[in-house]
Design a protein around this ligand. Structure first.
Ligand code: MHO
Length: 250
């Protein structure tokens, strides 16, 4: 990502250049980046499973899971409390959480649990790093007895890694999940205008359900598994070398 910011200017210039060509002569074609990578919610919901975790700031949590193969969508939200319709500035007793929709043929709850444990410090009491307070507590939400069993087993395993402190992680049956406000969705991706531009500046509602946006959100936060982080790097560098794809048709 280090070179990304410097490339932003170039890309902006190229985009402006292509736009002015477009207006100068309608015969020049501007190809709007393909939106097909957005998985429409209705199409695949049937076969997808859902998991919810709390592991600190939901900006980061969404990025942690968004990049995994088999994860189709992520949503930042509030869960674990009793307040009806929580909001960011008044979330009551809820914890910042992420809802992960995944294809069970490609990834499973066990693997998601591994990612959960390795992506935060479950021994820090009511907080993650500088973010302190119960809204940052660590929770595995479960749906049914099998998930509760897997969660409990994985917690025991995690606890045996060290007995010098106690895991704070709670395991709870999921009651309600309230999606957070739009400005908290794909927050890490939104910090990188160039990446937004590369996927065609999707409108908010499309961004929220886009599989590609979920992946790039993880990439933007540099939280993808290393192999995937490198793959995306290579792809973006390729685009930058060749020039903004809209120019290929000019
Ligand atoms: N450390 C973060 C927490 C944000 S969060 C979504 C901050 O920049 O305020 O609670």
């Amino acid at each position: 990502m280090a070179s990304a910011d410097s490339n932003l200017l170039i890309l902006n210039f190229l985009t402006l250049a292509s736009l002015s060509l477009f207006y100068a002569d309608k015969a020049f074609c501007i190809r709007i980046p393909d939106r097909a990578s957005t998985t429409p919610r209705e199409l695949s919901d049937q076969s997808l499973k859902t998991a919810v975790f709390a592991l600190g700031s939901f900006w980061r949590s969404e990025a942690v899971f968004g990049c995994l193969n088999g994860v189709v969508r992520t949503t930042s939200g509030y869960a674990g409390g009793s307040k009806i319709n929580p909001e960011y500035r008044s979330l009551g007793d809820h914890a910042e959480s992420v809802m992960v929709e995944y294809d069970p043929k490609e990834i499973n709850f066990r693997l998601l649990l591994e990612v959960f444990w390795s992506s935060h410090d479950p021994r820090q009491v009511f907080g993650q790093g500088p973010d302190v307070g119960p809204q940052y507590r660590s929770i595995i939400f479960t749906n049914g007895t099998e998930e509760a069993r897997l969660a409990a087993m994985s917690k025991e395993r995690e606890q045996t890694k060290s007995r010098s402190s106690i895991l704070t992680t709670q395991i709870q049956q999921l009651e309600s999940f309230y999606p957070a406000e739009p400005e908290h969705q794909k927050f890490e991706l939104k910090r990188h205008p160039m990446l937004l531009q590369l996927i065609g500046n999707l409108p908010e509602d499309e961004l929220e359900v886009s599989n590609l946006a979920a992946k790039l959100n993880g990439y933007a936060a540099e939280l993808c598994p290393q192999r995937i982080q490198k793959q995306i790097d290579a792809k973006i560098n390729g685009i930058i070398r060749r020039g903004w794809p809209v120019l290929r048709d000019v």
